[in-house]
Design a protein around this ligand. Structure first.
Ligand code: NAD
Ligand code: TYD
Length: 336
């Protein structure tokens, strides 16, 4: 199989690439990535010499660039991860989010249509359902009520992807995963930001009252689910992928403090995120029933492994915390 992954230099995409190439599968794997602030080839050092692997530095929203990759690589399947993935950045600067997530998905779908690519998996998020009141859990039929420019762009791209099944009979599936965590995650999201700050004895900025609920999914479990849907998922179908581990943010932060040897004096409650979704909750029964997938990594074990990885990779953290990172940090947290 010739598999084209987009966004393979990011957090989840690189975990997927490393996993796909970890065995001896007869695979040609192309990675189409523009290397935005979140894309990092250091995440792929372990596979860069693998003869099955190729890198294409290309923007998903650049139709000519994408066409050139399809013409050369001729993929049998696409797994589309590339996105602007951070809610806070989407609030400060929605333009690149719309461009990459909407126009970029459109560009990828069009190229796949022209080239009659046999399979297209669009990687999305449970955030498209918006905040969900207790006691409900969203299944795949739940209404889309996205709150942020990020989640709205993902909801739009999900519908666009599904329209290529309905209209053009393309073999498209959509996955909607809950919050991921694990090694190599850019330190702008809750868990890596709190770990990186705690390791330096810096304050941990908790938005609002910290009682917002997220369902945590270890990144390797997500990658296994994506592979299961790629292989066994049905065309035109959406599959939720949850970690079955819902926790309030403050509890996640307390566990990180304990794992890094700090007490709660490091916590700083700061102004809430505008439009902040209170609770995400999904059911993954469909993907479990149709593919046999189940999450394998308990939150305690996954968090311990993640903290260990950040402790041992201080140079990786230092490299990604460039001047641009410091500018973002000041913009997002300076006035809170
Ligand atoms: P990330 O921000 O870590 O990585 C994104 C990758 O996409 C980077 O390598 C970046 O260089 C690349 N990219 C960005 N813009 C691009 C463009 N215009 N052209 C080509 N490449 C571009 O993101 P992530 O956390 O790995 O998320 C991957 C996917 O999974 C996204 O689609 C996201 O919406 C989805 N998702 C993420 C989570 C999560 O918790 N992180 C949960 C559910 C779904
Ligand atoms: P985040 O990792 O940005 O993921 P998402 O918004 O996509 O769920 O945030 C997870 C939760 O943590 C969310 O409720 C916002 C909260 N949060 C903080 O309290 N402080 C922070 O500095 C960050 C980045 C997030």
């Amino acid at each position: 199989m010739k598999l084209l992954v987009t966004g393979g230099a990011g957090f989840i995409g690189s975990a997927f690439v490393r996993m796909a190439l970890s065995g001896t599968e007869d695979l040609a794997l192309g990675n189409l990535d523009v290397l935005s602030y979140a894309g990092n080839l250091e995440n792929l050092v372990s596979v860069s010499d693998d003869t099955r692997y190729r890198f294409f530095k290309t923007d998903v929203a650049d139709a000519a660039g994408v066409e050139a990759v399809f013409a050369e690589f001729q993929p049998d399947a696409v797994v589309h991860f590339a996105a602007e993935s951070h809610v806070d950045r989407s609030i400060h600067s929605p333009e690149p989010v719309i461009r990459t997530n909407l126009n970029g998905t459109f560009t990828m779908l069009e190229a796949a249509r022209r080239h009659k690519t046999a399979r297209f998996l669009h990687v999305s998020t449970d955030e498209v359902y918006g905040s969900i009141d207790e006691p409900h859990d969203a299944d795949e039929e739940y209404p889309l009520r996205a709150s942020s420019p990020y989640s709205a762009s993902k909801a739009g791209s999900d519908l666009l992807a599904l329209s290529y099944y309905t209209t053009y009979k393309m073999n498209v599936s959509v996955t909607r995963a809950s919050n991921n965590y694990g090694p190599f995650q850019f330190p702008e999201k809750l868990i890596p930001l709190m770990i990186a700050n705690a390791l330096e004895g810096k304050q941990l900025p908790v938005y609002g009252d910290g009682m917002q609920i997220r369902d945590w999914l270890y990144v390797d479990d997500h990658c296994r689910a994506i592979r299961a849907v790629l292989d066994k998922g049905r065309a035109g179908q959406v599959y939720n992928i949850g970690g079955s581990r819902a926790l309030p943010n403050i509890e996640v932060v307390q566990r990180i403090l304990a794992a890094t040897g700090h007490d709660e004096t490091l916590i700083k409650y700061v102004a809430d995120r505008p439009g902040h979704d209170r609770r995400y909750a999904i059911t993954s029964e469909k993907v479990e029933r149709e593919t046999g997938w189940k999450p394998q990594v308990e939150f305690e074990a996954g968090l311990a492994e993640t903290v260990r990885w950040y402790k041992e990779n201080a140079a990786w953290i230092a490299n990604v915390r460039s001047g641009a990172y410091r500018d973002f940090y000041e913009k997002n947290y300076g006035a809170r």
